[in-house]
Design a protein around this ligand. Structure first.
Ligand SMILES: Cc1cc2nc3c(=O)[nH]c(=O)nc-3n(C[C@H](O)[C@H](O)[C@H](O)COP(=O)(O)OP(=O)(O)OC[C@H]3O[C@@H](n4cnc5c(N)ncnc54)[C@H](O)[C@@H]3O)c2cc1C
Length: 397
């Protein structure tokens, strides 16, 4: 049966777009290639922008019971200094989080189809026809007036829908779950921008009082190359960091080490086509520096949904009618993405992070700026800029 809108990809971006449109009266189908419990390799940290986005699409009450509350985010600098940043911080395994999002979508009237991998797209003047391969090997056709592509960082899907080559990813990250026979005693997210993790970062995030998500990421250089293998960073970091080495001696690996590319800084492929647009990590919706992307993927999904709504209202679903989507993204998000990218560049100068961690651990005003940055009430350049470093960290004004 034809649907007015088909969203491809049931992660944070796709579910946010689908839920918004269904709430605004559209007939929406959501095609997800995975099963109902599909897992996504992630650090599983749910930060304030995600909470805001969940609220905006009206699903916070359904998602909240699945979240594990976290006291703070503790960031470690290369010299081993650390600072705690408080805020609305949670974790949730993505297999649980994404499944709950898709259930919430279904509750809002979205026709959610699991196990439907879109493998072909045919464009006609008045419609788009998608072919999905189902788990039993059969194929199904989905006709629609409009398609929203929210397939994440996978190059295969980007290439299928855009017809062009997917750009190189901005980073690559790996994670595994480990469990403990007794409480691990960690009540905060740990993230290390330390020498041991260089040229990347490592993390340990509590999923419950007896389980951690441990992982590492490596940023690509300006040519899109990773200078070091991320598995090696993971192995070396967790073998050498004294605190983690002692803690993990007691742990059992629950899953294998799994990895995924990260597309950041709102850079990448084309976003708008006739009767189709892309959102989420497919268009680089993850932050540089932190690798944080769930909330931002949802935000791009909501921005996409609003633009599609406006295009339907104007009766123009052509790429020209959708062109303002690029402006919506740039206006709404560009400054934040650029600032995180700037922050990542400053991280090359480890001494800046050392000074920041030392000052923040003793200066409540600097800590409060970091907390406002996490809540996105303050711009990261308050600190991550030449002016910010001089004013906030050296002069302390
Ligand atoms: C190791 C790692 C750690 C991270 N840690 C964090 C973190 O702690 N906090 C945070 O906020 N962000 C984190 N991120 C980033 C975050 O995972 C992404 O930004 C986010 O998942 C992007 O959401 P999305 O909806 O765009 O894509 P995805 O979450 O990747 O969802 C895309 C969906 O599309 C489906 N799909 C793909 N192709 C097809 C197809 N052809 N047909 C049908 N369905 C298809 C996929 O199965 C998937 O469900 C991390 C990333 C990595 C790799």
């Amino acid at each position: 049966m034809p649907h007015q809108i088909v969203v491809v990809g049931g992660g944070p971006a796709g579910t946010a777009a689908a839920a918004w449109l269904a709430r605004h009266g559209y007939d929406v189908a959501l095609l997800e290639k995975g099963g109902a419990d599909r897992d996504k390799v992630c650090g599983d940290a749910i930060l304030p922008d995600t909470v805001n986005a969940l609220d905006e699409i009206g699903v916070w009450p359904e998602i909240r019971p699945h979240l594990y509350g976290i006291k703070s985010l503790r960031a470690y600098s290369p010299g081993g200094y650390s600072t705690d940043i408080g805020g609305r911080i949670y974790t949730c395994k993505r297999a649980v989080f994404d499944a709950a999002l898709r259930r919430a979508c279904a509750g809002q009237g979205v026709a959610v189809v699991h196990g439907a991998e879109v493998v072909a797209i045919d464009r006609a003047a008045d419609k788009i026809v998608l072919t999905a391969r189902m788990p039993d090997g059969e194929t199904r056709r989905y006709e629609t007036a409009f398609c929203i592509v929210a397939t994440g960082a996978s190059p295969k899907a980007i290439e299928l829908f855009t017809g062009g080559k997917a750009p190189k990813p901005s980073a690559f990250a790996v994670r595994r779950y480990v469990s403990f026979p007794r409480p691990h005693g960690i009540d905060h997210l740990k993230i290390w921008y330390s020498k041991e993790a260089s040229p990347g970062y490592a993390w340990a995030f509590p999923m419950s009082d007896t389980e951690l998500n441990v992982g590492a990421g490596v940023f690509a250089d300006a040519n899109g190359e990773m200078r070091k293998n991320v598995n090696a960073i993971f192995r070396e970091f967790f073998a050498n960091n004294r605190e983690m080495k002692a803690l993990l001696a007691d742990a059992t690996a629950e899953t294998r080490l799994a990895g995924s590319p990260i597309r950041a800084s709102l850079r990448g492929c084309e976003r708008v086509f006739d009767r189709m647009l892309l959102c989420g990590e497919a268009i680089g919706s993850t932050y540089a520096m932190s690798g944080e992307g769930i909330g931002k993927a949802m935000e791009t999904g909501i921005i996409a949904a609003r633009r599609v709504d406006a295009a339907f209202a104007a009766g123009d679903l052509s790429s020209r009618g959708l062109a303002a989507y690029a402006d919506d993204l740039e206006r709404g998000l560009r400054a934040k993405f650029d600032n995180y990218e700037r922050g990542q560049k400053w991280m090359r100068f480890g001494f800046v992070l050392d000074i920041l961690a030392r000052v923040a651990s003793s200066d409540a005003r600097v800590r409060s700026i970091l907390e406002d940055m996490l809540e996105e009430k303050k711009d990261p350049t308050e600190i991550f800029s030449f002016r910010g470093i001089v004013r906030r960290l050296l002069l302390r004004v």
